[in-house]
Design a protein around this ligand. Sequence first.
Ligand code: IPE
Ligand code: IPE
Ligand code: MG
Length: 234
Amino acid sequence: MRKKVSPVPAHIGIIMDGNGRWAQQRGQRRTQGHLEGLKAAKRVVKAASDLGVRYLTLYTFSTENWKRAAEEVGFIMGLVRQYLRGELDFYRENRIRIRHAGDTAGLPPDIAGELRKAAEDTGGFDGMQVILALNYGGRDEIVRAARRLAASGPRAEITEAAISAHLDNPDVPDPDLIIRSAGEFRISNFLLWEGAYAEYLVSPKFWPDWTGEDLERAIEDFRGRNRRFGGTVK
Ligand code: IPE
Ligand code: IPE
Ligand code: MG
């Protein structure tokens, strides 16, 4: 009997980890790692779009990352600003739509503004959707969804469907594959609700070393898996 091969995952989430270690290993500053990490993100976005992925969620900055030194946080926010402003031609050429997941209210106002503008400018594109998880925490998203649901009326029914409908991007399907670079076997508060039945893949490579080929290999690995969703083997 032929082995069942899954299609390309419609939605991939990536925990882009290891920028700091990549830099430290080279005797460089952590910020240099973030700079190289942005280059890797661009490579992987292009590869995902070419491979036919429909949604790509990039874990860019967590609700816990504010604990870091002000210099590092400021540098990452600067890179995000630069990315959002500088890539419009690339989005247009590749029909890529930019969206945000996370708590907008807790972001520096200029970054929130850039995100809104990029989402507006690319809102009509019908290619892959890139969801930037920025000031994102899975628990925080569930709490905000519960608040929105409670505010929707005194008779709001609490069901899985109702909570899902109040998440940050309710129309985006759950991730099929969640990748973590840099070898850590933990979820670090990423897509807790949506990732209930995602396939997980941990790669030892630091994020700045990631290429489109690494994504291709991850997709190949995913395609050989047998997803059961609590059922039995088909
Ligand atoms: C991921 O790389 C980027 C962010 C969390 C913003 P890290 O900065 O966490 O790199 P390591 O884990 O310290 O190597
Ligand atoms: C997760 O990485 C967050 C992002 C990649 C944006 P962290 O480096 O913050 O996670 P921990 O601290 O190792 O769990
Ligand atoms: Mg890290």
